[in-house]
Design a binder for this molecule. Structure first.
Ligand SMILES: Cc1cc2nc3c(=O)[nH]c(=O)nc-3n(C[C@H](O)[C@H](O)[C@H](O)COP(=O)(O)OP(=O)(O)OC[C@H]3O[C@@H](n4cnc5c(N)ncnc54)[C@H](O)[C@@H]3O)c2cc1C
Length: 442
């Protein structure tokens, strides 16, 4: 059996690693860029390791990566972000972020009575009896709730910062999705961890695994441009090769790009409902210093301006040269603009807000910056998890392909959904191959 995987990001590499681990399957993984990793691409600059996307893992002790470690024999280490050093800034005041019982008791964003109310809400989420799961959206739940405005604001802020979206959009996330997400996170003993050495620690091992199998090819700088079908086989046409023959194809790329690629094929109509899904985009502002300028906290979330800064190097020392410091600022973005000019001005104002936050807590940063990377449009999730968007199933009726990636159905959010959906499609293919073999023997 010959399998093509289109996309060399976390999901495509995961699917390829599982399939190449199984005898009797040949395959090619196509990646249009010169490098693998997709949005989890990592690169070195002046001794700093910069991630195109961050490498925080949410709920490490309940994460798909644990299955992958065991099943694929991966080896990596992670370190937990120190919860006591995670703060919220509200009206210029710093206060512990209410992430666990200890921080909730210390935080200034809730009054004593509100703290009890919030703890009760967390307990209800953990035991799966919270009413939130029955509401179409967080906004619907908050409209009915008799909680104080501070508790409501806290819910919005939590969802906003975990899903990388604005508070207005947080109100449009389904109650069921939020209840499930926080049940997992509140039950976790390792809510936020960094993979030491960044995503490349994992992608390098996945690539190593695929490369061990001589029946597998990794084709970088080779975008797949179209696909046709002949005699029950799929013919892939890439930028450099024509009519490569495969028995099965996995699309491991953002959903909107898959819909575009298949637009004028017999399967285009089935992808139509997913074509206009909106994605989650953020502004990313990385700065690296050759020495630690200041370390007032490890993470700050500015509740007024909807920005956060992670002192990545406070947790993961592998990303900096000795004694250095790496900060990553992220701003959640609105996507509702009348024209490009308005959008440009908005992005400019977000950049200035971010720089002002650096000025406040890292004085002198402008004169001490060794590396800097600003991206005004980074796609965190290819499908924003609001109730009007629809995640793409791993298989669709009347469509002979498999789909994986962070815009597809799968466990968790963000990178976990990329890993879990990649693992799932590989396991589904292996199961159906085993079934076909069993039938042919009987
Ligand atoms: C700023 C930022 C911060 C983030 N922070 C976190 C975080 O802290 N924690 C977390 O869990 N996740 C985080 N993420 C999300 C995480 O990076 C993504 O969920 C994950 O990398 C998505 O992987 P994927 O395989 O689904 O898609 P992609 O990474 O987009 O991979 C798709 C690949 O397909 C290739 N491709 C597209 N079209 C073609 C074609 N026609 N032919 C061949 N190849 C093609 C692309 O070049 C790409 O390499 C962050 C992302 C960003 C941008």
């Amino acid at each position: 059996m010959r399998i093509a995987i289109v996309g060399g990001g976390l999901s495509g590499l995961t699917a390829a690693a599982y399939l190449s681990d199984s005898p009797g399957i040949q395959g090619t993984l196509f990646e249009r860029s010169p490098q693998l990793g997709g949005r989890a691409f990592t690169y070195e600059k002046s001794g700093f390791t910069l991630n195109y996307g961050a490498h925080a893992v949410y709920g490490m002790d309940r994460h798909t990566l644990l299955n992958m470690e065991n099943e694929l024999n991966l080896r990596f280490h992670s370190k937990q972000v120190d919860k006591r050093n995670v703060v919220y800034a509200k009206h210029g005041q710093l206060t512990p972020a209410p992430l666990d019982f200890v921080n909730i008791m210390k935080t200034g964003v809730l009054t004593t009575m509100e703290k009890f109310r919030f703890v009760a809400e967390i307990a209800a989420v953990i035991t799966n009896i919270h009413q939130l799961k029955n509401y179409p959206t967080l906004g619907d739940y908050l409209n009915k709730s008799n909680a104080s405005p501070d508790v409501k604001e806290l819910w919005e802020h939590l969802v906003s910062s975990n899903f990388f979206i604005t508070p207005e959009e947080a109100r449009r996330v389904s109650g069921e999705v939020i209840a499930e997400y926080y049940q997992n996170l509140f039950l976790s003993h390792k809510p936020v961890n960094y993979i030491l050495g960044s995503w490349s620690t994992i992608t390098n091992q996945l690539v190593g695994k695929i490369s061990q199998n001589q029946n597998w090819e990794i084709a970088v700088k080779e975008p797949v441009e179209s696909i046709t079908m002949e005699n029950d086989k799929f013919l892939l046409h890439t930028k450099t090769r024509e009519s490569l023959v495969f028995d099965q194809v996995i699309f491991a790329m953002p959903v909107q790009q898959v819909a575009k690629l298949l637009e004028s094929t017999p399967w285009g109509n089935s992808l139509e409902p997913y074509k206009n899904n909106t994605s989650t985009e953020v502004l990313v502002y990385d700065v690296g210093f050759s020495k630690v300028l200041n370390r007032p906290f490890h993470y700050i979330s500015d509740m007024n301006n909807k920005l956060f800064i992670s002192d990545v190097s406070a947790t993961d020392h592998t990303v900096v040269p000795e004694g250095g410091q790496l900060l990553q600022g992220i701003a959640y973005l609105n996507d509702d603009f009348v024209d490009d000019d308005q959008k440009k001005q908005y992005l400019e104002s977000k950049t200035l807000q971010m720089e002002a936050l650096f000025d406040t807590y890292y004085p002198g940063w402008r004169d001490n910056t060794t590396v800097k990377r600003v991206s005004k449009k980074a796609m965190v999730a290819s499908v924003k998890n609001i109730h009007t968007n629809k995640l793409l199933p791993n298989q669709l009726d009347q469509v002979p392909f498999y789909f994986c990636g962070d815009g597809c159905e799968g466990k968790g959010e963000l990178a976990e959904r990329a890993f879990s959906s990649g693992r799932k499609v590989a396991q589904d293919i292996l199961a159906s191959t085993a079934q076909i073999k069993a039938l042919s023997y009987s």
